[in-house]
Design a protein around this ligand. Structure first.
Ligand code: ZN
Length: 209
């Protein structure tokens, strides 16, 4: 959604739904944890009235624990929080789940996979950033796939069923390699909104299985 035209957001997001998408990935930035700003719960609440898409909210905030209720009240159905800032990560994941919303844990390209391992039994999703978060349009960091493979190995050996998602620079060419390294959920921003043929990307993801 970061890559959409924000002046005609509802129109762009409705087009995503009409094209057959099921999820809307919503990037929330605070200007502290990442050097950019996006929007807050009011925008999410307004979009909630326009579409039936599953709202997958990615909080890039220094203090995500303070905003959980606001985004759930606005219509978030999944909330993902970063492992890097100093706050009660486990308590915040539990708070999300207590409100009946799916919970995800996120790690940046430079963050070790081991940092999220303790949370795997309680999460619905692991989001591996494939760019440094904050700005759209960066190129995909191939080295992150070693981490998704490791996380997938842990998922299999522990018999867990969380999703593994990648976010940042995902396109037709690298999606297959992601899939081969345990990824099952793809965030497509620029690859979708800036492509001439928006259906092509969806078809190439669906062809992976
Ligand atoms: Zn995101």
């Amino acid at each position: 959604m970061l890559a959409a035209n924000h002046v005609r957001l509802a129109e762009d997001i409705k087009a995503v739904e009409t094209a057959g998408a099921k999820w809307l990935h919503i990037d929330i930035m605070d200007g502290h944890f990442v050097p950019n700003l996006t929007f807050g719960p009011q925008t999410v609440a307004d979009l909630r009235k326009e579409v039936d898409l599953f709202f997958d909210v990615h909080l890039m905030l220094d203090n995500p624990q303070n905003y959980i209720d606001a985004f759930i009240d606005a219509g978030a159905q999944q909330i993902s929080i970063h492992v890097e800032p100093e706050y009660d990560v486990e308590g915040t994941l539990k708070k999300i789940k207590e409100r009946g919303v799916k919970a995800g844990i996120v790690l940046n390209p430079k963050t070790e996979a081991s940092s999220i391992k303790p949370f795997l039994p309680i999460v619905d999703l692991v989001l591996a950033m494939t760019v440094q978060p904050g700005f759209g349009g960066q190129s995909f960091q191939e080295s992150v796939l070693a981490k998704t493979k490791q996380i997938n190995d842990w998922r299999i050996s522990a018999g867990l069923d969380f999703r593994i998602q990648v976010d940042g620079g995902v396109n037709d060419e690298n999606a297959k390699r992601c899939w081969e390294n345990g990824v099952d959920t793809f965030v497509a921003g620029s690859a979708y909104f800036r492509s001439d043929d928006r259906i092509t990307f969806r078809e190439s993801i669906e062809s992976l299985g």
